[in-house]
Design a protein. Structure first.
Length: 145
């Protein structure tokens, strides 16, 4: 990616106490389903809306960590690469088994930049108001009773 450099690569450690640092993507979410008013859209109570939002959050989180992120890690770095979440609330996706950024050539740096963009795009997709509303609708979480 044009303008992306080694200094743009974030690093994070797996145990927050010390130990080795790994290339990482900040996957903290703010603005989940921003602008979606479940009560109005689905004509339901606040209680049902809150539960529907919680269910949608759980589904989006599971989709990210249990399937979609792994697919992207494998696509960009191969099946032998290990990865996982770190930080107090799993707000970092770490990739282990790849070289440190200081040793990357332009191709490896571009691969990381494209991977990071794909991860952030995935988060935006999973957390968008339209995706969350679709999830709530398909699963019937806002239905009365």
């Amino acid at each position: 990616m044009v303008g992306y450099s080694q200094s743009d690569v974030r690093m994070h450690n797996a145990d927050s106490i010390g130990g080795p640092y790994y290339p990482a993507v900040n996957v903290k979410v703010s603005g989940f389903a921003l602008g979606l008013d479940i009560e109005i859209r689905f004509h339901c109570s606040e209680t049902i809306a809150n539960q529907a939002m919680e269910n949608a959050w759980q589904l989006a989180t599971e989709a990210f960590w249990q399937d979609r992120a792994e697919t992207l890690v494998e696509r960009y770095f191969g099946k032998g690469t290990s990865w996982g979440g770190a930080g107090r609330s799993g707000g970092w996706l770490l990739v282990e088994g790849i070289d440190i950024p200081e040793n990357w050539d332009a191709i490896a740096l571009n691969r990381w930049a494209c991977f990071e963009k794909a991860i952030l795009d995935l988060i935006s997709e999973l957390c968008s108001a339209e995706s969350v509303a679709q999830s709530i609708e398909i699963n019937g979480w806002a239905n009365h009773g």
